[in-house]
Design a binder for this molecule. Structure first.
Ligand code: URA
Length: 235
């Protein structure tokens, strides 16, 4: 690829700025100063440095966000703050988008990326990627409710695939619910279908990726290699 393209993919600098820096001799390839922005570089082998600092090439970025409430899972909204408002300046040039949606009042794990193919695979209804939510509900979750969740519920427009539900509090008003689709308001609708109501909802995992609980609400970080492998295994 062209040297200026390499730098625009791998750094927050704009194309015009990059060209100027290259022409001024601030960029080297394998230790040699290169002044032609159109010079061909091999991103898998060549060592590109800006002001002496080696730049590692990255086309895609994968960010784990601990979504707070009050943000819409979109890149633009007329009325509300959007999750991409939480992305630091250093990642701005990647133009990430959220993989799937969490409601405005839902908390927790949301993947942001610019990798459209991966997003498509993760969201494909055929992939049945499991998503686990920590749910607090108004009333206790009964054994009958668990049976219904695990067998699948007819929500009118579709029937859920059997999920998994584990009670985690003595008053039976807190549980982990795993579902295999990602329909609009699915968890809330499942609870409504059994005469209950969700009062707090937080996603804690998606496929092999688990929310890093040390991330504060509204914080994000890049996935580790290990997390990326776990997320993409089998899809
Ligand atoms: N189910 C819901 O009802 N809301 C979410 O945000 C995610 C799953």
């Amino acid at each position: 690829m062209r040297l200026d393209k390499f730098l625009s993919d791998a750094s927050p600098m704009g194309r015009k700025e990059i060209k100027q820096h290259i022409k001024k001799g601030m960029v080297s390839v394998n230790g040699n100063v290169i002044k032609d922005p159109g010079t061909y570089v091999d991103e898998t082998k060549d060592e590109v440095a800006f002001c002496g600092e080696v730049i590692s090439y990255k086309k895609f970025v994968y960010l784990m966000l601990n979504k707070p409430e009050g943000y819409v899972s979109a890149t633009y909204d007329k009325h509300y703050k959007v999750v991409t408002d939480l992305v630091d300046e250093e990642y701005a040039h990647f133009e990430v988008f959220p993989v799937g949606r969490l409601d405005i009042d839902t908390h927790g794990l949301l993947l942001l990326t610019n990798d459209g193919d991966l997003a498509h695979k993760l969201l494909s209804p055929k992939s049945h990627v499991p998503k686990t939510y920590y749910v607090k509900s108004e009333k206790e979750v009964t054994d009958e409710d668990i049976k219904v969740f695990e067998e699948g519920i007819d929500l009118g427009d579709f029937k859920t695939i059997g999920g998994k539900c584990e009670i985690v509090s003595d008053d039976k008003k807190e549980c982990y619910l795993t579902i295999f689709e990602g329909k609009f308001h699915q968890v809330k609708r499942m609870f409504e279908a059994v005469g209950n109501k969700v009062t707090y909802l937080k996603r804690i995992s998606m496929g092999g990726l688990t929310l890093d609980e040390s991330l504060g609400e509204g914080d994000l970080r890049e996935l580790t290699d290990d997390e990326f492998e776990k997320l993409t295994k089998g899809i």
